[in-house]
Design a protein around this ligand. Structure first.
Ligand SMILES: [Mg+2]
Length: 167
């Protein structure tokens, strides 16, 4: 279980992701979580810096897909702001949504990275499918009540991961 929660890479912010390194590893597409990864929780729009950063990825020959447990309407609104395809109501950490996103990108799991702020949804689901998992610190402290509960388990998992030298 601990192994499946362990991110392949840990960064403070999305802007710290080394794109050249990803490409060296054969990554050709990135799946992004929505809430507290590219937008603050419940926010209806991408900030200008985040939008610009997401849009420049195509210049690096990296395809983008958004993957969220949130509803279709909100996810689409944000996906449209950066011109990316999306999968909503993903039921992460279930593999189905991740598979759909990989399929949307037209790539194989080995060619795809996933960026997210939660160990129990984004990292667990991504690792289960063999994606290159990248864990970012949440953008804001405000969260969905369900996430606040999961965070308590996440804190425990982080302690265990650190104690076992995985983080
Ligand atoms: Mg999130």
């Amino acid at each position: 279980m601990l192994k499946l929660l362990t991110p392949c890479l840990v960064v403070n912010t999305i802007y710290d992701i080394n794109l050249a390194l990803l490409k060296q590893r054969g990554i050709r597409g990135i799946i992004f979580d929505l809430d507290n990864t590219i937008v603050a929780w419940n926010s209806p729009e991408l900030g200008p810096d985040m939008r610009a950063w997401l849009q420049q990825l195509s210049g690096h020959e990296l395809k983008v897909c958004l993957l969220s447990n949130n509803g279709n309407k909100r996810v689409k609104a944000i996906a449209d702001q950066c011109g990316a395809p999306f999968v909503a109501r993903a039921l992460k950490p279930a593999r189905t949504g991740f598979r759909q996103a990989v399929h949307t990108l037209g790539l194989t799991p080995a060619e795809v990275a996933v960026v997210g702020d939660q160990l129990f949804t984004d990292m667990l689901g991504g690792n289960r499918l063999g994606l290159f998992t990248i864990w970012v610190q949440p953008l804001a402290s405000q969260e969905f009540i369900g996430t606040k509960i999961t965070r308590q388990f996440e804190k425990l998992a982080i302690r265990l991961l650190r104690a076992s030298g995985r983080l």
